[in-house]
Design a protein around this ligand. Structure first.
Ligand code: PGA
Length: 246
């Protein structure tokens, strides 16, 4: 059985005061979520706060990016082992905002996924097409290319330990969600491309997931959870999304 996983991507949001409120509320409601693992991926600077707050709790946490380097003269970078040092379990790699604004290539994303594993983290690798690509009927080609570059760098064993998030770029933060059918089509394509690893890898959907659309998305056989941006900043909404996995 593949685990259900709901990950909050806080993006560049939060403050120490806001985080305390959000985490306290999440912690208080965690017991209501029985069928899914929950995690939050937070800005680097808040990882110590989150780590302290969540000690002993079953809510996992992680970062939104990581360096490909182990250590050394890489000003501004944060290594996988530093994240591991603070108890991070996950790291998002290849989010479309990093691909777009920081020009991260398919190869760099694959190298980050490998570096994450080497630092004992679980990478959540994001794949997704732009609106232009969808309209040109290139969705599956784009996904295939992005996935291939990961497969070219990771061993079969590591491929089976990965988490993948399908996030159509046109659905991120726009209020537009892929329909459950559109998402399922891509998820089943990814599952098939993963070959023998396919049974083990949780496939998350991301892009304007809310409590009101989560149940329909999770009813699809290849949607194992969600990567949630905006709605993860509201504890009640985030918990409602997690409870929709059943
Ligand atoms: P959104 O973001 O839920 O705000 O659309 C999802 C993501 O970018 O991970």
């Amino acid at each position: 059985m593949r685990p259900s996983l709901i990950v909050g991507n806080w993006k560049m949001n939060g403050s120490r005061a806001e985080n305390s409120k959000l985490l306290a509320s999440l912690k208080a409601q965690l017991a209501n979520v029985v069928d899914a693992e929950l995690a939050v991926c937070v800005p680097f600077v808040y990882i110590p706060q989150v780590s302290e707050f969540l000690e002993g709790s079953k809510l996992s946490y992680g970062a939104q990016d990581v360096s490909v380097h182990v250590d050394g003269a890489y000003t501004g970078e944060v290594s996988p082992s530093m994240l591991n040092d603070f108890g991070c379990r996950y790291v998002i790699v290849g989010h479309s905002e990093r691909r777009q604004y920081h020009k991260e290539s398919d190869l760099l994303v694959a190298q980050k996924a490998l570096a994450a594993f080497q630092g004992k983290l679980v990478p959540i690798v994001c794949l997704g097409e732009t609106l232009e690509q969808r309209e040109a009927a290139e969705t599956l080609d784009v996904i295939s290319r992005q996935l291939h570059s990961i497969q070219a760098v990771l061993s079969d064993e590591l491929m089976s330990k990965l988490v993948i998030a399908y996030e159509p770029v046109w659905a991120i933060g726009t209020g537009l969600t892929a329909s459950p059918e559109q998402a399922q089509e891509v998820h089943s394509f990814i599952r098939q491309k993963l070959g023998s690893a396919g049974d083990k890898v949780p496939l998350l959907y991301g892009g304007s997931v809310k409590a009101s659309n989560a149940k329909a998305l999770f009813s699809k056989p290849d949607i194992d959870g969600a990567l949630v941006g905006g709605a993860s900043l509201d504890a009640d909404e985030f918990i409602r999304i997690a409870k929709a996995v059943q």
